[in-house]
Ligand binder design. Structure first.
Ligand code: NJP
Length: 261
């Protein structure tokens, strides 16, 4: 029960992986703190956690792209709670060909997926530096390793998350703080109601999709351990390794599969 009594802040906790991580943390005796914009959903999840696991569960409304809100929410939390783990999970993607990119949408993706994650990290990191322990877990993506058609902006945000995470990991090691990147492939969540409005991508990859409960278990297994990355599924991880060595070969051989969006 290494998580017993540990405070775990989860952004994007109102659905999908974030919600499942919250349940898994509570199941293992940790105390999840839920953040997202949908306060009503958070209230229901918190109530379920309290009733099912008998764990106190606090939640707050937070739009991670709003710097003032990030400051206020984390200042309030840090005044009363010693945060042990931060899971930067809030994020969204929109799949479009480059000629159809809407710049305000692209900016919003960067504001949430990248700058929001950096803002939340900064608030918790200085606290963890002082106590010389803690764990920051950033949900990136396999799209942060291999960029594929129709996901240029989303892939750019996740490449940015991985770049930030890799640098942070080296700095944080000086203070005994662990930093982990989570790189999943497609997962059955609400993500695709925004990312893939035509439903084409989901239809094509349905049989490979990961269950959010499975991803959550793997993320929670890594908590408070010096795990560098959680890469799922395994075969996609092998693919991204091969891509790093032979990018043009993988782009040629995988072209048909990559175009299935
Ligand atoms: O998606 P979904 P996932 N401020 O839509 C929140 C990555 N990922 O669980 O604010 C604060 O069920 C939103 O809450 P709300 C993906 O990039 C996914 O799949 O109430 N929170 C909700 O709780 C993302 O980083 C796949 O609307 C904001 C949560 O984010 C993470 O996994 C594959 C927010 C999204 O839950 C979780 O996504 C992959 C904001 N401005 C990586 N905007 C996949 N599903 O296939 C959104 O490689 N949220």
């Amino acid at each position: 029960m290494k998580l017993a009594g540990k405070y775990v802040v989860i952004t994007g906790a109102s659905s999908g992986i974030g919600e499942q991580i919250a349940y898994e943390v509570a199941k293992r005796g940790g105390i999840p703190i839920l953040l997202a914009r949908s306060k009503e959903k958070l209230a229901q999840i918190a109530q379920h956690i309290e009733q099912t696991y008998n764990i106190p569960c606090v939640y707050e409304s937070l739009d991670v792209s709003n710097q003032e809100e990030v400051d206020a929410v984390f200042d309030r939390l840090l005044a009363s709670v010693d945060i042990d783990i931060l899971v930067n999970n809030a994020g969204f993607g929109v799949f479009r060909y480059v000629e159809h990119i809407d710049l305000s949408e692209a900016k919003q993706m960067f504001d949430v997926n990248v700058l929001g994650l950096i803002a939340c990290t900064k608030k918790v990191y200085t606290h963890m530096m002082k106590k010389r322990s803690g764990h920051i877990i950033n949900v990136a993506s396999q799209a942060g390793k291999i960029a594929t058609p129709k996901s240029s902006v989303y892939a750019a945000t996740k490449h940015a998350v991985l770049g930030f995470t890799n640098s942070l990991r080296m700095e944080a090691s000086m203070y005994g703080i662990f930093v982990t990147a989570v790189n999943p492939g497609p997962i059955k969540t609400n993500f695709f109601t925004v990312a893939d409005t035509s439903g084409e991508y989901v239809k094509n990859v349905k049989r490979w999709m990961l269950r959010p409960e499975f991803v959550a278990k793997r993320v929670v297994d890594a908590m408070l351990t010096p795990t560098r990355e959680v890469n799922l599924p395994f075969w996609m991880h092998i693919g991204s390794r091969v891509y790093q060595l032979f990018p043009s070969v993988v782009e040629k051989m995988g072209k048909r599969a990559f175009l299935k969006k």
